[in-house]
Design a protein around this ligand. Structure first.
Ligand code: FES
Length: 256
């Protein structure tokens, strides 16, 4: 799939959660070619400071509007610079990059923790009107602002919080066995902490459900050139998360 570098126009940027921003960019060529699970690489600059590149998952793309939706948490210098962008600014944006999710399923369950819910939001929209269910986890109710974002595309929303302030107390892997035991899903798609992904892959395999996972490893170049993102596959062969993934079948990257 072709990637493009463009000076994307900032349409809007707003705060949607604790230190979490939703950024809408106008980048028609990228929006036209994007698919759920892919990411873009943004380059932000602060005068004499070094250029900082940031890979960000696509939380949505609208080919008709020519827009991309990005949701990110402010965690360091690069994302702090991104957070300063305002309507009318331009940002160097390369994409779409990486391999996305397989959409060939009928009854998917999406499993996400924290910012791993961003690419799943795009996936949920693409799978709708199929009966999409999502299992989302966070530390507390405050982090589950995602509920409103997923409401339109998902038929069922299951929630866990570490402190029990919303949904079931615990983590996603505590509730997942119960959901899979119901026999209603033919696909699991997960994004979040690595332990969660591995656990979701194992549980799905136990129920003979195909599972895809989106890895969130550190990426520098984003295009397969620097080898900063390689990980060992289940067969011992190393894979580049940015180019071979970030979405893999769980059995490719975990011993299930
Ligand atoms: Fe450079 Fe993947 S980020 S090879």
């Amino acid at each position: 799939m072709s990637k493009t570098v463009s000076m994307a126009l900032v349409r809007d940027q707003k705060t949607i959660g604790p230190l979490v921003k939703l950024l809408t960019l106008e980048a028609p060529e990228i929006a036209k070619n994007a698919r759920p699970g892919q990411f873009v690489h943004l380059r932000v600059n602060d005068g004499p400071a070094p250029l900082l590149r940031r890979p960000l998952s696509l939380a949505g793309a609208d080919a008709g509007q020519g827009t991309l939706t990005l949701i990110y948490r402010i965690v360091g210098q690069g994302t702090a610079l991104l957070a300063r962008l305002k309507t009318g600014d331009r940002v160097d944006c390369m994409g779409p990059l990486g391999a996305g999710f397989d959409l060939d399923c009928e009854r998917p369950l999406l499993v996400g923790g924290g910012m791993g819910l961003a690419p799943l939001l795009y996936l949920a929209g693409a799978l709708c009107p199929r009966p999409v269910a999502v299992l989302m986890g966070g530390r507390s109710q405050e982090e589950l602002f995602w509920q409103g974002l997923f409401a339109e595309a998902c038929r069922h929303i299951h929630i866990t919080t570490d402190d029990g302030s919303l949904g079931r107390r615990g983590v996603t892997l505590d509730l997942l066995p119960e959901l899979l035991a119901g026999g209603e899903f033919d696909r699991v798609a997960a994004c979040g902490p690595r332990l969660m992904l591995e656990g979701a892959g194992r549980l799905a395999a136990r129920h003979k459900i195909a599972c895809q996972v989106s890895l969130e490893d550190y990426m520098a170049c984003g295009v397969g050139a620097c080898l900063s993102c390689t990980c060992a596959g289940a067969d011992g062969r190393r894979r580049k998360v940015c180019a071979d993934g970030p979405v893999f079948w769980a059995g490719e990257v975990f011993a299930l």
